[in-house]
Design a protein around this ligand. Structure first.
Ligand code: DON
Length: 306
């Protein structure tokens, strides 16, 4: 596996230079663009990695999966009274649908949906940022993990669009807590700095019927795990979810920090990171790396249909 990962990085490295590092968060625009890493975490607890797999990066929207898992953990099916699990076909920060659909976000992975999930968690936890940090530390088995304050503050400073969505949902009666407080929690989660190895390990339970392969902790039931994977497969890459299904065929979740998490059910989780993004806001080299990996190992969940 190590040789395969090294070879995949060699093949995708020429793509670096053809994308663009996220510009709309100034602290992210300063990231060195030619970093590239990949880590695989098997359900047997084995880790394989190549490139910059131990370098922390800003997980950004990958954190939306942690928030969803936390919310399902304490509120179960009730969360779906507040939002849907339909693909949006829109950019992650689009507001168009939200007005038309009366403040009910399509899914938990577009920004509006993630904000509703954070609002649900805000009602539940006295200190949502700390609860999240400790949850992620436990899942990843890394007590050092923390949010990058500079990134979180930068996002807060440029919060206008996310704030607008939250206030719109409040106007429709679908937001219960102070908007600023929820935004602070949301940006904290997005600013968590994790390596590919940390991300792959933290989400190991998604490939293992809900149980953390390392500790045995039951994070979600097998049914809930299947449901989270289904939402990732249909909405994890925003308006590029169809392309990701076509090319990679795995449940996945991207972030504008350039990370992408993918799940090969029953086998492993994988995280790839390359900061330059394509027009849809997904890692350009990361998408290609996952396409090559999935093809090499026959990983696509659709392979049973082919
Ligand atoms: O809300 C934002 O704009 C960011 N904190 C997260 C966006 C993100 O990662 C979207 N993913 N591709």
């Amino acid at each position: 596996m190590h040789a395969l990962l090294t070879d995949i990085l060699r093949q995708v490295r020429p793509l670096i230079g053809q994308g663009q590092v996220a510009q709309y968060i100034p602290a992210l625009a300063r990231v060195v663009p030619d970093q590239l890493g990949i880590a695989v975490y098997g359900v047997d607890g084995q880790v394989y990695s190549a490139g910059d797999a131990h370098t922390p990066f800003s997980i950004q929207s990958i954190s939306k999966v942690f928030s969803l898992v936390q919310a399902i953990g304490h509120s179960g099916e009730a969360i779906w009274e507040r939002l849907g699990h339909e693909p949006s076909g829109q950019a992650f920060n689009s507001m168009v649908q939200l007005e038309v659909e009366k403040g009910r976000p399509r899914n938990p992975f577009i920004n509006a949906g993630a904000l509703v999930i954070c609002d649900i968690n805000q009602s539940r936890f006295a200190a949502p940022a700390l609860s999240m940090r400790d949850f992620v530390r436990r899942l990843a088995g890394n007590a050092e993990l923390a949010a990058d304050r500079v990134v979180a503050d930068s996002e807060y400073q440029f919060r206008a669009r996310n704030a607008a969505m939250a206030y719109l949902m409040q106007a429709f009666g679908n937001f219960n807590n102070d908007v600023d407080a929820v935004l602070r929690s949301y940006f904290h989660h997005c600013a968590l700095a994790m390596s590919c190895v940390d991300v792959a390990r933290a989400f190991g339970f998604l490939a293992h019927r809900g149980a953390n392969p390392h500790t045995g902790e039951v994070v979600l039931s097998a049914r809930q795990t299947q449901q989270v994977n289904a939402v990732m497969a249909t909405s994890g890459l925003y308006d590029e979810a169809g392309n990701f299904a076509y090319r990679v065929g795995l449940p996945g979740k991207s972030g504008v920090g350039g990370g992408i998490l993918a799940v090969v059910p029953g086998r492993f989780t994988v995280c790839v990171w390359s900061p330059e993004l394509n027009a849809a806001g997904n890692s350009l080299a990361g998408m290609k790396a996952l396409e090559l990996l999935s093809e090499q190992i026959g990983g696509s969940v659709f392979s049973a249909l082919g």
